[in-house]
Design a protein around this ligand. Sequence first.
Ligand code: ZN
Length: 156
Amino acid sequence: MEIFLNEIPEEGLQRSGQFQSSLFDLDEKDSIRSVGPVEYDVTMYRFEEVVAFSGVLRAPFQLQCAVCLDYVDYQAEFESWSSELDLEEGQKNFDLSQVIREDFLLELPASPFCEDLDPERTCPKAELIQQIEEESAKDPDADSGPDVWGALDDLK
Ligand SMILES: [Zn+2]
């Protein structure tokens, strides 16, 4: 969605609507899946070298749990979104949908845990992680292997 800088009046330019989820152009194998339209309600302000944005963004995603690798529904809602776009010399326009796309990808939780995304959920692999943690806590010498052998050598 092209916005021309000279369209933006001093008091700001308000735009709202939806982008299709295909905006994200993600691969099936990516840890983020966009599963519905992106709603936006944004006001843009033009300054010398930047355009400033503020408004509301909402879009449904599925994010991959970093532990069990399942995809879990996640409704992203940025109720007080703000961002800036640096303008290059001579730049006359920009693509609002690309600004919004990049900010979603930056703001979505990186390597999320499914129980944090969905409080009703129990991560099927969480127990495994806990076991590994407990075992290494029980056996504090576990990772000091080479030193143990070094100590034995000293005894000879
Ligand atoms: Zn999980």
